[in-house]
Design a protein around this ligand. Structure first.
Ligand SMILES: Nc1ncnc2c1ncn2[C@@H]1O[C@H](COP(=O)(O)OP(=O)(O)OP(=O)(O)O)[C@@H](O)[C@H]1O
Length: 321
């Protein structure tokens, strides 16, 4: 054993699965993507979040080679769509939000059909096993539940054993059990060194699965980091939701110790604070000093939803705004 140091190994940055620089996409008078940079190391899960129309789908479709960019550099596995489309098609997998399968093919026949498009990949049995559809192997796709269809879409995306997997809102409309089953599959892929790009409207999903989250709005990246970094960045780790009779004016809310921001919603308020243990007794004093009575009070940790609200003043999901 020489015991010599290997500085080159220690200082080598992780290989990038995806590298995007200055990406722009214009549609006539709409700028869907207004100049974004992204770096996703191999084996990580990137979460793309944002409200409707933020530019997520356009960005992902450019990464997937389905749309050309107006300007900017896009490389996957060190290759570009312009030069290496065939290679990239064989090394990426795509699971769309809604996939229509041939109704008169069974689960097994569907996976076999997609497997036949690729020179290499998993066996049909492996792909079906990964998404736990063994019991439905002989069922026609039209007879599957929504969750089972999503899993079939994932099996089809996985059958070529891709290096990068794109998932567009993979768990939208699924029950909690199916959602968690899909999360397990995605965790397993990351464990195998696969890179995952996920668009989702579910903050919990992004917090559980994603190593890096990018929040987009109006075609730009408004925040980027690990979920804990993003939550820390708004300076508010705790949220107090409350309602009182009579209601408290805005200036009273700002008196609460460690106050960061407040938002009114329905007949109540959502307060972002830095320290719950001083903010909570402070709020009770403010309520008492105004002769008001609390009707509701609950506390929780700040989430990525709160990050987005703080940054843009809007909810990630429109029904929550
Ligand atoms: N083919 C197109 N032609 C013209 N405008 C488009 C086209 N595709 C997208 N846009 C516009 O670009 C903007 C970004 O759309 P995009 O679908 O990328 O947003 P998104 O973040 O994926 O939204 P959602 O969450 O609703 O899917 C929107 O203003 C949209 O209307």
């Amino acid at each position: 054993m020489s015991g010599g140091v290997q500085p080159s190994l220690a200082s080598t940055p992780p290989p990038l699965a995806i590298e995007v620089k200055g990406l722009i996409k214009r549609f006539e008078d709409t700028v869907a993507v207004a100049g974004i940079d992204l770096e996703v190391p191999v084996g990580q899960c990137l979460g793309l979040l944002g409200p409707n129309g933020a530019g997520k789908t356009t960005t992902v479709e450019i990464l997937e080679g389905l749309q050309p960019p107006t300007a900017g550099k896009v490389e996957l596995l060190g290759r570009s769509w312009a030069r290496d489309a065939k290679y990239l098609r064989e090394h990426i997998g795509i699971a769309l939000q809604e996939t229509r399968f041939a109704e008169r093919l069974t689960v097994e026949e569907t996976v076999r059909l997609f497997r036949s498009f690729y020179a290499q990949g998993l066996t049909v049995e492996e792909a079906i096993g990964l998404v736990h559809l063994e019991e439905k192997r002989h069922t026609y796709s039209m007879k599957l539940s929504g969750g089972q269809r999503q899993r079939l879409a994932l099996a089809v995306a996985l059958v070529a054993d891709p290096q990068i997997l794109f998932l567009d809102e993979p768990t939208t409309g699924l029950d909690p059990q199916s959602r968690r089953a899909l999360w397990d599959v995605i965790e397993g892929l990351k464990g195998k060194g696969r890179t995952v790009v996920l668009t989702t409207h579910y903050m919990e999903e992004a917090q559980v699965l994603c190593d890096q989250v990018v929040i987009m709005d109006h075609g730009r990246i408004v925040a980027q980091g690990t979920p804990p970094q993003l939550i820390a960045s708004i300076g508010a780790e705790q949220i107090i939701e409350f309602a009182s009779t009579p209601d408290l004016p805005a200036e009273a809310l700002a008196e609460v110790p460690t106050f960061v921001s407040a938002r009114s919603r329905g007949d109540g308020h959502t307060l972002s604070v830095r320290e719950l243990h001083t903010a909570l007794p402070g709020l009770l004093s403010v309520v008492a000093a105004r002769g008001a009575r609390l009707r509701h009070l609950s506390t929780r940790q700040a989430t990525l939803d709160d990050v987005f609200l703080t940054l843009t003043g809007r909810a990630l999901r429109e029904e929550e705004s």
